[in-house]
Design a protein around this ligand. Structure first.
Ligand SMILES: [Zn+2]
Ligand SMILES: [Zn+2]
Length: 404
């Protein structure tokens, strides 16, 4: 088979893998780097079919453009389709409000929605026999097996509050993400305990805990976790809508009952009055996860001078984001003005990606002859430990994996 990397080569973000199995062509993912303004992948050649591994914009963000250009049919889970639609609409709204040009608008999103085809466990497209497996990353995420090739585009192998881990699939060619190549995560159960103790400690001492979390996946996981603490919790922002969508696709969640219970107990912010009540109450779970916009900024603005209060970050902060600025320099840009912050800033590594040893174990368990490492800033860390032919493609590079 052959593969051309339109994006995601030696970088985390804007994945696009133009794949050729003999005469059959298929695009695996087509995303952006979700910055303001975003970075785009290389333009895809004409293609009749694409598969989207999951809803995150770095894997799905260019799909409406693709559909409008080539009328491409998009295969993915119904849950990924629904979440993507919410993210697309939000993305064009942000582009519009900041005022940068964006490659698609409402009409292209409509067209993409019509071109989505729901997948189940198996699919046959021309001569390609395709199977889907749980990727353990976010609800609705899949690994894609086409013949002897497996695409593991964002996977997690451990069990979390929200997801069951991905299981290895025997294959000859393995395309694997390496977001955390060379980096280990803390043990999940210890991390959860420290996080809950921290929240407890802050509110007991009279502070407020503002918890930014990504709307897709992280909000739901943290909501389940916080619901064990017995405190009054408030939820503000897009995480609520996404949770409601997820609860309509229960089979993609490890324990829908737990998520349902957590969401039921949660107080939802609908108005400015709600925001004030939430802040007064003390624990607020909100978006955006990297603090580049969304209601989280309203809360941070109000606690930033209070050393008893804390912003408790729950996920990786990409370079150049407000969250990274806050973590590294204790500064944040609020409504266009860079401001010093005196409240506490904490970080908890609730990753939805496999850590280094988990990636290595997963690869070994798949026992591939050929391994392609992408979606990584440090792919060599994996290459060094793997007994297989390793490919580390650059963007724009076409690799050929021999048929025997
Ligand atoms: Zn992802
Ligand atoms: Zn990704």
């Amino acid at each position: 088979m052959r593969a051309t990397f339109l994006g995601g080569g030696r970088e985390v973000g804007r994945v696009g893998i133009f794949s050729e199995f003999d005469e059959n062509k298929i695009l695996i993912d087509y995303g952006i780097v979700p910055e303001n303004p975003p970075q785009y992948p290389i333009e895809s050649p004409p293609v009749s079919y694409a598969i989207v591994s999951h809803a995150h914009l770095d894997h799905s963000g260019m799909i409406p453009w693709l559909c409008s250009r080539y009328n491409t049919k998009i295969f993915t889970t119904s849950l990924t389709k629904e979440i993507s639609e919410v993210l697309y609409r939000d993305t064009i709204k942000i582009a519009d409000s900041i005022g940068y040009p964006f490659p698609y608008g409402e009409n292209e999103i409509e067209l993409a929605m019509q071109n989505f085809v729901e997948i189940n466990e198996k699919l046959e497209l021309e001569d390609m026999k395709i199977k889907f497996h749980n990727a353990g990353h976010i609800p609705g995420s899949v690994m894609i097996e086409i013949g002897e090739t497996l695409f593991a585009c964002d996977i997690n192998t451990i069990e979390t509050r929200l997801m069951k881990g991905a299981r290895a699939v025997k294959c000859k060619n393995l395309f694997i993400e390496g977001t955390y190549a060379g980096v280990e995560h803390p043990k999940r159960d210890e991390l959860e305990k420290e996080f809950l103790d921290e929240v407890e400690d802050i509110v007991n001492k009279g502070g407020k805990a503002i918890i930014p979390a990504f709307a897709v996946g992280r909000t739901q996981e943290i909501a389940i976790l916080l619901s064990q603490g017995g405190h009054e919790i408030w939820l503000d922002g897009m995480g609520h809508k996404i949770s409601e969508i997820m609860l309509r696709y229960k089979h993609y969640i490890k324990s829908p009952k737990q998520l349902q219970k957590a969401m039921k107990e949660m107080n939802i912010v609908y108005s400015n009055r709600g925001k004030k009540l939430a802040l007064k109450s003390g624990i607020v779970l909100t978006t955006s996860g990297m603090m580049n916009g969304g209601p989280v900024l309203w809360y941070i603005d109000r606690i930033k001078d209070d050393p008893k209060s804390a912003v408790i970050i729950t996920g990786y902060q990409v370079e150049g984001t407000n969250g990274r600025l806050l973590l590294e320099r204790k500064e944040i840009e609020l409504y266009g003005v860079k401001t010093k912050v005196d409240c506490q800033v904490k970080f908890y590594d609730f990753s939805a990606h496999a850590g280094h040893s988990q990636l290595i174990k997963f690869i070994k368990d798949c026992s591939p002859e050929n391994v392609v490492v992408f979606h990584s800033e440090n792919p060599e860390a994996i290459a060094e430990e793997i007994d297989a032919n390793v490919y580390i493609p650059e963007n724009g590079e076409r690799i050929e994996i021999s048929a025997d």
